[in-house]
Write a protein that binds this ligand. Structure first.
Ligand SMILES: Nc1nc2c(ncn2[C@@H]2O[C@H](COP(=O)(O)OP(=O)(O)OP(=O)(O)O)[C@@H](O)[C@H]2O)c(=O)[nH]1
Length: 334
């Protein structure tokens, strides 16, 4: 079992992909002592919002590092999921969903974050939603096929568990095969695990010979503090449903271990309007209590430690349209 307590400490700062690559190139080959030859590289998971990229990442890793929800654009940050098996270390990058709509500042920043993660990867997993090919899918395809190198590009048609008549998939597969010379087209179910092992095998085979970048027991590059904020954000989305489109972000104001060994975590939910604050709090504080309890339980599982969690809500007006405010919250890489 992976030691989750070894998640890096540190703060919410988001390193750019270039920084990560530079660090990777300088990595000391300490973890490789056991093997004469090791393999390590990045595999990007791309696709329009809501196709199941985070669900796939969690399934590939066998545990939850990326938050998921029914709502598109749940993933706002780049998350690395690390899978180490024998002499191979695959670093999966779960990118924010690529999409055409660029009206709001947050969308522009998310598109840039997604595009930059396509450089220097060993393989690209292009995820689409079973049987529906949209203009956004077309745009993602344009982005990935314009880089002419010898990376593998595989097409994962997700949510096939939803398709009752499996035969109806064949004409669709034929249609998609005409769009691009994919190295492989795989119908998958990220939630049920269908064909996920095949993707893992292909990812492993695509790795170049290189030292491990992360210690063997890491599951993500993210700090515990970051994971804590993502967990609260997931619960917010789950318990507020469609009522919160972009308008909430979570800051971890305090993350420390108390003398009795329990983690004290203070989370601040920032919303855009007073009405949203009332929604988050709920009738007599019921909703925020549920959010806090569910978040605490997930944190205790991930950190393998008792957690004392306090959650507050505050109105921070207009942030979703202000690129500068977004940068200060860590969405600001290009
Ligand atoms: N039926 C079915 N639903 C799935 C499958 N994979 C994902 N989903 C659902 O699809 C929704 C979106 O999944 P996510 O993993 O959050 O999607 P994403 O592509 O990471 O979304 P963004 O964060 O918007 O980029 C969730 O409600 C998932 O439960 C699958 O294989 N089958």
């Amino acid at each position: 079992m992976t030691k989750k307590t070894d998640l890096p400490a540190g703060d919410n700062q988001e390193p750019s992909l270039d920084e990560l690559l530079a660090r990777m190139n300088q990595a000391a080959p300490t973890a490789t002592a056991k093997y004469d030859v090791t393999y390590c590289g990045m595999v990007a998971i791309v696709g329009r919002p809501n196709v199941g990229k985070s669900t796939l990442l969690n399934k590939l890793l066998g545990q939850k590092v990326s938050i998921t929800s029914k709502k598109p654009q749940t993933t706002r940050h780049r998350i690395m999921g690390i899978h180490t098996d024998g002499p191979s270390q695959i670093i999966f990058i779960d990118t924010p969903g690529l999409h055409i709509e660029e009206k709001r500042a947050i969308n522009r920043l998310m598109n840039r974050a997604a595009a930059s993660s396509l450089a220097d990867v060993a393989m690209v997993i292009f995820v689409v939603d079973g049987m529906t090919w949209t203009a956004d899918d077309e745009m993602v395809l344009q982005k990935i096929q314009h880089r002419n190198d010898d990376r593998k590009i595989i097409l994962a048609i997700n949510k096939v568990d939803n398709i009752k008549d499996k035969e109806s998939l064949f004409p669709y597969l034929t249609e998609l095969a005409k769009k691009f010379d994919f190295d492989e087209i795989l119908p998958i179910s990220a939630s049920k695990g269908t064909n996920v092992q095949r993707i893992l095998d292909m990812a492993r085979e695509s790795l170049p010979e290189a030292p491990f970048y992360f210690p063997e027991d890491y599951v993500t590059d993210r700090s515990q503090r970051f994971m804590a904020s993502e967990i609260v954000r997931e619960k917010l989305m789950r318990f507020l449903g469609d009522e919160l489109p972009y308008d909430a972000t979570v800051e971890i104001e305090q993350f420390k271990m108390m003398e009795n060994g329990v983690y004290q975590i203070n989370a601040l939910i920032l919303v855009e309007r007073e009405g949203q604050k009332r929604m988050v709090i709920g009738n007599k504080g019921e909703r925020i209590r549920t959010i806090a309890t569910q978040s605490r339980l997930d944190m205790e599982t991930l950190f393998e430690n008792k957690v004392f969690l306090e959650v507050w809500v505050k109105v921070k007006s207009g942030w979703a349209d202000d690129e500068r405010a977004l940068r200060s919250l860590g969405y600001g890489e290009s």
